[in-house]
Design a protein around this ligand. Structure first.
Ligand SMILES: Cc1cc2nc3c(=O)[nH]c(=O)nc-3n(C[C@H](O)[C@H](O)[C@H](O)COP(=O)(O)O)c2cc1C
Length: 169
C-alpha cells in the first residue's frame, strides 16, 4: 500500500526535534574546520555538514550557524582547512564543539597557506580558498575551491543518531 507523507507545520518544538532526529539518520563523518585570524590566532569548530560538490573544479560545501561567534572570522578568512577526523579522535570533536577559547592548547599542528592550522592524525585534510558563500536559513553555506589536500589510510570517526560510531569491520 502506498504511504502518504502530509506536509507538516515548519515551526514548533516538536517539528524541530523530529526534524533533527530524522536528519540524524544520515550517517556522516566528522570534520574540524580550522583557520587563522588576521591577529594570528588559530580557530576551529566541529562540523558534520561537510560534503563534496564538484570534481572539476574541485569544490566542497559546509555550513556554519549564523549565531556562532566565529562566523565573521570564517567569512573574512582567505584560506581555511577541513580536517576529516579519524576513529580515535572523538575527543578532538568534543573539544572543537565547545565555545571559542583555547581549543588548540597542547595540540601539535601542521600548517597550510597563510598559516592555516592543520590537525595531525586525520584521515584527510583539504585546504580551501574561501570563495563563495550563500545565505541558507539560519546558516551560511560555504562553497569553496580545494587548492591542496592529503590523506592517510585510517578508519574514520562516524556520526549517527547523535552518537560517535565506528565503521563495522
Ligand atoms: C558532531 C557535530 C557536528 C557539528 N556540525 C556543525 C556544523 O556543520 N555547522 C555548525 O555551524 N556547527 C556545527 N556543530 C556545532 C559547533 O561545533 C559548535 O557550535 C561550536 O561550539 C562552535 O564553535 P565556536 O563557539 O568556537 O564558534 C557541530 C557539533 C557537533 C558535536
Amino acid at each position: 500500500m502506498t504511504q502518504q507523507i502530509a506536509p507538516q507545520p515548519d515551526s514548533g518544538e516538536d517539528f524541530s526535534r523530529r526534524f533533527r532526529n530524522a536528519l540524524g539518520m544520515f550517517a556522516t563523518g566528522i570534520t574540524v574546520v580550522t583557520t587563522r585570524t588576521s591577529a594570528g590566532e588559530p580557530i576551529g569548530l566541529t562540523v558534520n555538514s561537510f560534503n563534496s560538490v564538484s570534481l572539476e573544479p574541485p569544490l566542497i560545501v559546509w555550513s556554519l550557524a549564523n549565531s556562532l561567534p566565529s562566523r565573521e572570522l570564517f567569512e573574512g578568512c582567505e584560506y581555511y582547512a577541513i580536517n576529516v577526523l579519524a576513529e580515535g579522535q572523538a575527543e578532538l570533536s568534543q573539544r572543537f564543539a565547545g565555545r571559542m577559547g583555547e581549543k588548540f592548547a597542547g595540540l601539535e599542528i601542521d600548517e597550510g597557506p597563510g598559516g592555516v592550522p592543520l590537525l595531525k592524525g586525520c584521515c584527510a585534510r583539504f585546504i580551501c580558498r574561501n570563495t563563495v558563500r550563500h545565505a541558507g536559513g539560519d546558516h551560511v553555506v560555504f562553497i569553496s575551491e580545494v587548492i591542496g589536500f592529503d590523506r592517510d589510510e585510517r578508519a574514520p570517526l562516524v556520526y549517527f543518531g547523535g552518537s560517535y560510531r565506528r565503521l563495522a569491520p
